[in-house]
Design a protein. Structure first.
Ligand SMILES: Nc1ncnc2c1ncn2[C@@H]1O[C@H](COP(=O)(O)OP(=O)(O)O)[C@@H](O)[C@H]1O
Ligand SMILES: [Mg+2]
Length: 365
């Protein structure tokens, strides 16, 4: 049973620095949970508390119904994979993978079969007699994974395990880690600052900032229904566009207005802000939520001067000045766009986001 629960957990380091505040989180058995946020937001601190490498200074950490606050690391049945791999340089791959089992005095034959099983799964069998300095980065990462797998823990903890790999390898290893999770049928808690990695791997994502949880939800929740501007801007590439403006009500329509621009807000937003004409708001438009448009400007289009055009394979990125704000969009190749010319873009109104100008919280979710 590998359900992990944080109840009002806080962490202050001995120097007084508060790295984590009032964390409440219930990680289900066999869940793939990703902790996501910028460097320094408290991800590793949280993971290290699960591992027992850092003590909990406030609140309770539970595994199932057992309070773990003071249980030493070797009694927690967790295995951790670090960004740095942390392999023993003078031991062979075989000995690196076997080490944890030897320390726990498993019988030799069992160690051998577990090491060979893990090596087969990770396709590193031919490398078992090599030392770490005879391996590529990707192979070292597999050895680090192997060392965790053979322990057959009920919880896998991974701290940015792919950060040292090149971009192509990182993407293929993502798929392998996902398969590993399915095969192992155990709880994974995975730390990353890479939003794409989080969106691909997670059952649920915890978005953190400066030691405070911003939002917990499925990748879909977090991407489609961000609770505040930080979450909205942390996920998505290129990042979501923000535009300052004000609400206006015209007949039965609720509009976002900024200079000449007027966009009709969709019913699910309009119903929440219909009584707030004049309120200062921030509109969010994701780069992919517009399309090239050749007709007249109307209520659901925006127009602006093209500042740059960047081809990206099947699509192109347009940088457009709309009412003095630089916006980035991703559109198809078909539109004829030239720097210095005008772009008229159809907005997918249903996918607009709206935030409060003062506290940057979503006005919709
Ligand atoms: N031993 C420590 N003493 C004091 N502050 C620390 C210590 N370890 C980490 N911190 C601080 O706590 C914050 C969170 O660190 P960390 O959990 O490592 O962030 P992340 O993994 O999200 O990059 C950072 O500001 C970091 O400087
Ligand atoms: Mg970290």
């Amino acid at each position: 049973m590998a359900r992990i629960k944080f109840e009002g957990v806080g962490k202050s380091y001995p120097n007084g620095f508060v790295a984590l505040e009032n964390l409440n989180l219930d990680i289900a058995d066999k869940e793939f949970l990703v902790l996501l946020g910028p460097s320094g937001c408290g991800k590793s601190t949280t993971l290290n508390m699960i591992a027992g490498l850092e003590d909990v200074t406030e609140g309770k950490l539970l595994f199932g119904s057992d309070v773990m606050n003071t249980v030493p690391p070797h009694k927690r049945d967790v295995a951790m994979v670090f960004q740095s791999y942390a392999l023993y340089p003078n031991k062979t791959v075989y000995e690196n993978i076997a080490f944890g089992l030897r320390m726990r005095k498993h019988p030799k034959a069992e160690i051998d079969s577990r090491v060979r099983d893990a090596a087969r799964r990770l396709e590193i069998e031919p490398l078992l007699e090599r030392r770490p300095d005879q391996l590529s980065g990707g192979q070292r990462q597999r050895v680090a994974l192997g060392r965790a797998i053979v322990r057959q823990p009920s919880v896998f903890l991974m701290d940015e395990p792919l950060s040292n790999l090149d971009a192509t390898l990182r993407i293929s290893m993502r798929a392998e880690i996902k398969q590993l999770h399915q095969a192992m049928q155990t709880t994974f808690v995975y730390v990353t600052h890479d939003q794409a990695e989080a969106l691909t791997l997670a059952d649920r994502i915890v978005v953190m900032r400066s030691g405070v949880v911003q939002q917990i939800g499925t990748p879909d929740d977090i991407y489609e229904r961000p609770r505040n501007m930080f979450v909205a801007s942390f996920l998505g590439n290129p990042p979501i566009n923000f535009m300052d403006g004000a609400l206006a009500v015209e007949g039965d329509r609720v509009l976002f207005k900024c200079g000449q621009l007027a966009l009709t807000l969709p019913p699910h937003i309009a119903e929440r802000v219909a009584s707030q004409a004049g309120r200062a708001v921030v509109l969010g438009i994701r780069a992919e939520d517009v399309a090239s448009h050749s007709g007249e400007l109307n209520g659901d289009s925006l127009q602006g001067r093209i500042l740059s055009v960047l081809p990206v394979g099947s699509d192109q990125f347009l940088e457009v000045d709309v009412e003095g704000t630089r916006l980035f969009f991703r559109v198809g190749k078909e539109g004829q766009h030239q720097v210095g010319g005008n772009a008229t873009l159809n907005v997918n109104l249903n996918r607009l986001h709206l935030f409060d100008k003062q506290d940057s919280q979503s006005l919709v979710w």
